[in-house]
Design a protein around this ligand. Sequence first.
Ligand code: PDD
Length: 284
Amino acid sequence: MSRTVYVNGEYVAEEDAKVSVFDRGFLFADGIYEVSSVLDGKLIDNPGHMARLERSLNELKMARPCSNDELLAIQKELIKRNNVTEGVVYMQVTRGAADRDFNFPKDATPSLVMFTQEKNILANPAADKGISIVTLPDIRWQRRDIKTVQLLASSLAKQTAKEMGVDDAWLVEDGMITEGTSNNAFIVTEDGTIITRGLSNSILHGITRKAVLKVANELGLTLVERSFTPEEAYDAVEAFSTSASSFVMPIIKIDDHILGNGVPGPVSQKLRAAYIAEAKANAE
Ligand code: PDD
């Protein structure tokens, strides 16, 4: 069955959804996006995603396509029309269509596209088993705090990981892990300390990262926000990644190093369960 998608003011069947070949998202990756997850037909952590969208727009001096209330109404309408109980809502804003010119157009209208994608986030076998990852060089641009659609470097890394027979990659810059291809990176040391890189322009300020840190704090776990090396990750007893589309994903192998007993560890499992409970309680 065809999905209903939203394109610039209209709800249309996916095969009829079109954007201009002159759209700056297409020509320059001059666009930003957000992915919000859906559980029980309700949006998870959505105010955080809306706030980050606003920040990305401001950082790129891009005009707003509409108000946050209107964005929320479109998200909800798509969830309803497509009967989504579990999955994600994707929204993308670009600077709009204009003759190809590196300078920003003066009078382009921003484009807004939204669609839903069904996904089993809770009953995900990968989360039960844990995933294997490799470390790869981080070749992305230097403003990773802005959630732009220029995802080729991340796509290449994810594809390389797949060709190496593993599930994902953590990216390394100046000898330190930055983050995963589409998630934030965490390790747990022998004494139970949870370590994740601090916020800067080097990583995306993950909405799930923030929520998981809050949950970890509430559980009385020890948290340290600092950069860490691949070697520290090899020696960790647990590792996991966080994102809106996978929540807390346990990692059991990094490069050739098996972590702990090679199964998802207690801290990762506890945080996954606590995050899901909190997310459901605050869903809208
Ligand atoms: N990716 N880091 C990067 C590079 C990401 O692309 C993402 C999210 C995250 C986690 O952010 P959040 O917790 O707000 O989802 C970190 C989304 C899910 C994607 O591109 O599909």
